[in-house]
Design a protein around this ligand. Structure first.
Ligand code: ADP
Length: 454
């Protein structure tokens, strides 16, 4: 059971008065939890079957704008409804909110009740089903990096997002002293999420002032994506409750290291690690090599799903631990893909390209699709790179801008085959819109640079 309450448990909690609210949520294109707060009595009596939401919610941007150009919905089509179908296996307590439980929903067509193909959860389920047809399960872990700030979201917004002060004054990578000073926020994050049924491993200071990392134990891919979305949401709410802000913007300052979301991946067969071959070099099975070859070859095609905003591309800078090249290496943090746990049953590949702003369902769906393609085509893995990969002129580049990643997505026949033309057209439009919005803005940088001197 991915959640930590059965439907019967929930009913008992509602009857004894300990739960009065059920958050009924789905995950939007940006990876945010959207939905409604139900009175728990209404939920257990009727809404557990289904509820509804406006279908613009899978065709909007961070600002809730209604861009044109989506085939699935528009003003012309009248912005109708979707069905939100609660996945009752995901019911869990949300102990950081009093008297509240949460359930995640799948998005279905209002008329046919068929899954909506561009629903992020449906996209991941589709690739998991393809893998299951090969007799394989995917295990994933996504690391969550973020920055904590002294002030709250509301104070920062009212101040025009200026003079941002991180919660600490120095690089706190692995620091116990500095992270002790942040326990007011980080301890409830670990403990509340653990009590919500997430297998929290640890939190640690990261390599910048005010930068944090939360690690959650690896799990089946869908559970991992659910954990990531719930954790990201809870981190913001718990920081807010303590008068602080937590940001997952990958690059909040030009001189500071960015925040990533590395994704650890392994495939399993009948409960055994299918990436492991005790006899093979580095313990890597042929299956693992084919999977990695697909991951690496198609990384430019799916970079948009790892880096969906203008800001995401500011993170890909030399000498910052954020990769710029789609190659692999053995325990070397400068490559896009790093082999971890070599020669053990825990052998796995870590993709280091994704930023803290990725949507885990889309990222995992795209990477599984690439890995499956590698397996199907028995693609050959090139030898690992060594040394400073940033300076390796032969290594292929990751798209360096949103514009380049959008074109790679649009032209990807592999992704079109794996996910469907409608889905790729939908997300290409999402990417284009983000660029169009940015192109319309006059930035602070232009004003400061040119106001007097141009
Ligand atoms: P690090 O030293 O980089 O923190 P860890 O050994 O703690 O490395 O693992 C990092 C992440 O990898 C953890 O979240 C862990 O749950 C996950 N992980 C471990 N084994 C596997 C595996 N076989 N498949 C996928 N993820 C795994």
């Amino acid at each position: 059971m991915p959640g930590n309450l059965t439907f019967d448990d929930l009913k008992s909690h509602v009857e004894d008065g300990s739960i009065d609210t059920v958050l009924t949520c789905f995950v939007d294109m940006q990876g945010r939890l959207m939905g409604k707060r139900f009175h728990a009595v209404n939920f257990i009596q009727s809404s557990f079957r289904e509820t509804h939401c406006c279908n613009y919610l899978l065709a909007t941007d961070l600002e809730m704008a209604t861009p044109d150009g989506y085939a699935s919905t528009s003003w012309e089509k009248g912005y109708g409804d979707y069905v939100m179908a609660p996945d009752l296996s995901t019911i869990r307590l949300t102990p950081w909110l009093e008297g509240t439980a949460m359930v995640l929903c799948d998005i279905l067509d209002h008329h046919t009740h068929a899954p909506v193909p561009h629903d992020p959860r449906a996209m991941l389920k589709k690739q998991i089903a393809r893998l299951e047809a090969l007799g394989l399960d995917a295990m994933m872990a996504t690391e969550l990096e973020f920055f904590l700030f002294e002030k709250s979201f509301d104070e920062i917004r009212k101040g025009g997002f200026r003079d941002l002060a991180p919660i600490s004054g120095y690089n706190e990578d692995y620091h116990i002293l500095q992270t002790t000073k942040e326990e007011e926020v980080m301890r409830p994050i670990r403990n509340h999420l653990f009590a919500a049924g997430l297998p929290i491993e640890n939190s640690k200071g990261e390599a910048e002032t005010g930068q944090e990392e939360l690690n959650i134990r690896y799990a089946y891919a869908l559970d991992c994506a659910d954990h990531h979305s719930i954790a990201k949401h809870a981190i913001k709410e718990i920081a807010w409750a303590h008068g602080r802000a937590a940001t997952f913007l990958p690059k909040w300052h030009r001189d500071k290291v960015g925040s990533s979301s590395h994704v650890h991946q392994s495939l399993w067969k009948d409960g055994e690690p299918a990436f492991y071959d005790a006899e093979a070099d580095l313990g890597m099975s042929d299956l693992m090599k084919h999977y990695m070859a697909g991951l690496i070859a198609y990384a430019p095609d799916y970079t948009f799903f790892l880096a969906p905003y203008i800001n995401s591309y500011k993170r890909f800078a030399k000498g910052t631990f954020a990769p710029t090249k789609t190659v692999w290496s053995v325990d070397n943090r400068t490559a896009g893909f790093r082999l971890c746990g070599e020669a053990t049953r825990g052998v796995r590949v870590e993709c280091r390209i994704g930023g803290s702003d990725l949507n885990p369902y889309l990222a995992q769906a795209a990477m599984l699709a690439a890995g499956i393609k590698g397996i199907e085509d028995k693609m050959e893995l090139a030898p690992p790179t060594r040394g400073d990969v940033y300076e390796d002129a032969k290594a292929a580049d990751i798209p360096q801008t949103l514009r380049a990643a959008t074109e790679a997505l649009r032209n990807s026949t592999f992704l079109r085959d794996a996910m469907g033309d409608d889905v790729i057209d939908h997300y290409t439009r999402c990417a284009e819109w983000e660029q169009e919005e940015f192109d319309r803005v006059v930035t602070d940088w232009e004003i400061a640079r040119g106001f007097e001197r141009a």
